[in-house]
Design a protein around this ligand. Sequence first.
Ligand code: ADP
Length: 840
Amino acid sequence: MAPSAITIPRKLPLLIVSDGVLLPGSSIRIPVSTSKNINLVRSRIATGNQLSNTVIGVVTKEEREGNVYGLHPIGTAGMVVQVTVTNWPRPVYTLLVTGICRFRMTSIVQEYPYPVAMVTQLDNHKGEMDDDTHIDKDLEDLVIKFKEGARRLINLLDVSLPIVSKLKVLVDKVPNKQLADVVVGLVKASLAERLQVLDAVDLASRLRVILPLLLRHIQRLEVLKEDGSKENEKNNLKMHICGNGHGVGMSAEDEETDDIQELENQLKDAGMPQEAYRVAMKELSRLKRMAAHMPEYSMTRNYLELLADLPWSYSVKETCSISKARADLDTDHYGLEKVKRRILEYLAVRQLRGDLRGPILCFVGPPGVGKTSVARSIANTLGRPFHRISLGGVSDQHDIRGHRRTYIGAMPGRVIQGLREVQAKNPVFLLDEIDKLGSGIQGDPGAALLEVLDPAQNFSFIDTYVNLPFDLSQVLFVATANSLRSIPPPLLDRMEIIHVPGYTQEEKVMIGQLHLIPKQVKDHGLTSDTFTICKESLVCIISEYTREAGVRTLERKIGAVCRAVAVQIAENMVEDDVKPQEMDIENNNAEVEGEEKEELPEISLGQLQDHQEFPIVVDEKMVHDILGPPIFQSGLAGRVSVPGVAVGLAWTPVGGEVLVVEASRSDGDPGLILTGQLGSVMQESAKIALSWVRQNVKQFGIDADLSKAGEIHMHFPVGAISKDGPSAGVTIITVLVSLLSGRCVRPDVAMTGEITLNGIVLPVGGIKEKILAAHRAGLTIVIIPVGNKKDISELPKSVLDEVEVVLVNTVDEVLQAAFQDGFPHVYDLGDDTPTVTSKL
Ligand code: ADP
């Protein structure tokens, strides 16, 4: 226990403690919270993942005349033996430091990033004479009294504690000086008394300081023992020993008691169910018996604070009226008729039944189509708080269910954290991107989520951290997803799917005019009096700068335009110090012409400089000036002008996409090479297409011997994105026929459909998104399977006016529609037709 003689460095980095004293031979836990102490830990002690064995100086803060930097002049050199980090609710380091020897600070040589002092070692150094060798009569008496006291103390303490049993053995072996330091760690003493012990360097003065403290403590213990409250005191002693010499000043103790009292009151007011309250009170009494610097103390305290914060029985009053809900949904969103209708039905049924049982609504659609914003509207209309739980990439079930409290850095799961944040037990929880849930080695978060959503279980959901049932039955869960494919089937089973498809160009224009522009204008501190974007400019932004099913990029681009205009208006306002409406820009330009050029914003605003009056109307030219050259050029005409190219339509979780499929022929072994990261289903489609072409080309008058056609290479851009699905079948056949016949496919045609070996075209999914994508790309004819006829009704009239939908049953019909003037059949009788030679 007692460290052997040692020489410490002359220069020591300092760790400053405010309410404790480290004595040689004992260990204390020191919470690190000030910036200088944190700097010291990060740069000298816990470097990377390692604990370096640097000797540090532990000094106590003491505002007293003569003290340099408000520090007690004598400190203790110590070694850090353990660092614990708690991450929740905020990162806190706690160091376990063992004292080596006293030192006196001679000067501070560095203050930042942490203080460093020059020191003189005071005890325990090499060559120090053994204090037991030359003692006079007075001192001898003192030593005898002290040892006797130490033994009495040990007998009063709980020997089951390791430190007490160890001390019992060591009491006659350790030099008196060191024993004195260790014993003082076991007695209750104020900060000032401990500093006195620290200051007592020689044996006689040390014993003179310690003896009264020791006797006082023994007396106290004996009285308590007589009172029969030994059990309590034992606990007190335990706490004292675990604190191990950490002399907490009386005022800090009082503060702590006040805090705990407040926590107790909060727990009483939290409206917990009986079982939870019982557990909370049990934990609270444990907390009261713990030393404040044990790591378990802060863990228990965090736990109790969470229990006190949870909305066990508080719900907000709901304001549900169907007519208000209808009005709210309409005000917040343009279009989305089907979605709104379904939400109103759901709310109406709920209101009539008076509970939340029933499927969970899940909005499925590409990004930016308003799924989150619809869910937020539901919360607003019901007057419930809204909380979003993002599930994208969550692959650990503990994220949902919480971590066991015994782990360092343990925290509750997202559901409990959300409830703590919203402070009501009946919020609307949005489970965002439920299709992106992962599953890793840490258990299946989907299964945990199922428990949260299942009405048969969720009235007593047990988070592993809280370890008490919490009633989730009042929470209204709503989910969003981009695609149904990756939602775990049991979860899918719990949900009612509402598809939110992409928007047409017209719908985007309306959303832009009615919602996005007013919102962005307001967000950028502008008003409609100063600034508007005309319809043509909006169309230009939509078609040249965005290619998406939703409106998120559109909103961002409108934001960029607003920012650029805001800069200009703000600049003019500063220069003129007049309101924009009153500004005479012509004069203004003339006056500050020279300076204005230098202060132009980075984006060249071209016309904006010459504007004469407000409101500033952003036209197409200005859009180009602000947003730069167009990102997307409409039309695919240039790309479909050679044989062996056709436009297919694909469905992706982010909406429909046009896919330009290309093929080329080269000398080499006959065969088909496919590139573009195709999945197995797509590769099989390609093989079916090739077989069909082999068997049928002749009837279309194509004179190509496929066995001698060489190598055919077919590519599906974009090559970096993996693709799969059967719907490219018709496109692959069309590309092959075009390549072999040397005829170009019509540039305004797109197609989708699965094929069979006999050339039948089967229906496929995502027709609405695909036709919208074709429309966005400026294509005017879309070939789809007859089986998809019913899906056409979902398309807005404005799109159907501009796109001709051709329904097909067979590959033959596809080819007739895909090529200019069709592909007439040639009934070639072939070489084997019997011929009759005239003998005449
Ligand atoms: P998602 O959750 O589907 O990815 P968001 O709900 O975040 O999309 O929507 C993106 C932005 O587009 C939001 O600002 C939203 O208000 C707006 N928005 C989307 N659809 C509409 C609509 N139909 N009417 C008005 N605004 C809309």
